[in-house]
Design a binder for this molecule. Structure first.
Ligand code: TMP
Length: 214
């Protein structure tokens, strides 16, 4: 079976990481070879970029620098993890990909970066490559933020650079993800993530089966 590239997207605390693991287990039970990855931080070099990007002062980067760092990490993820795995016919599931840049850096910041700039950066980094399927985990930002802050209590390094932004930022980025899904309905599916883990998992499996025909 040819490899597929699935991305999971959503705001803070929407449960992507848990769902990623459950989906991987499900696909493996169907004898599919699965590779898990994430952005930012899937490679050794990317880990350093991740630390820069998700910790510290929320205003430490100007908009373009922040985009460039995410795109540098993305290029590393593609060249070192995603593309080699797809070449070997493996399925790759990524915890976030380019829709996060559009949602956070474009919609979140109320369009302070030019949309064309983002598209040009995407083209440089990935050319025409796109995910086969993107599942967007949608929920009220207030709910996700509560979960995210609770999780951060257990972390040694507090990854709260984006959580420290005003709630308006999170409402903007939620609208952004929904906008992307409306623009690209063949690639994207939106699921209500404010439900229990098992129900959400079943819904995601249904989408993967229907869209990618397992
Ligand atoms: P995570 O906590 O879901 O792993 O994501 C790391 C943080 O980086 C999260 O706050 C979302 C943010 N992010 C962006 O702002 N732009 C991007 O392009 C990506 C991939 C993540």
């Amino acid at each position: 079976m040819a490899g597929k590239f699935i991305t999971l997207e959503g705001g803070e605390g929407c449960g992507k990481s848990t769902q990623l693991k459950l989906l991987a287990n499900y696909l493996r039970s169907k004898n599919i070879d699965v590779v898990l990855t994430k952005e930012p931080g899937s490679t050794e070099e990317g880990k350093t970029l991740r630390e820069l990007l998700v910790t510290g002062d929320k205003d430490k980067f100007d908009a373009i620098s922040e985009c460039l760092l995410y795109y540098a990490d993305r290029r590393l993820n593609l060249t070192k993890v995603v593309w080699p795995a797809l070449k070997e016919n493996k399925w790759v599931i990524s915890d976030r990909y380019a829709d996060s840049t559009e949602a956070y850096q474009y919609y979140g910041y109320d369009k302070r970066v030019d949309f064309q700039t983002l598209q040009s950066l995407y083209k440089i980094v990935a050319d025409d490559f796109k995910p086969d399927l993107t599942v967007i985990l949608d929920m009220e930002p207030e709910v996700g933020m509560r979960r995210s802050f609770a999780k951060a209590q257990t972390m040694e390094v507090k990854e709260l650079r984006f959580e420290s932004r005003q709630i308006e930022f999170h409402h903007n980025l939620r609208r952004g993800f929904l906008e992307i899904a409306k623009r690209e309905p063949e690639r994207c599916a939106v699921v209500d993530a404010d439900t229990d883990i098992e129900t959400l998992h079943k819904r995601i499996v249904e989408i993967v089966e229907n869209r990618l025909g397992i």
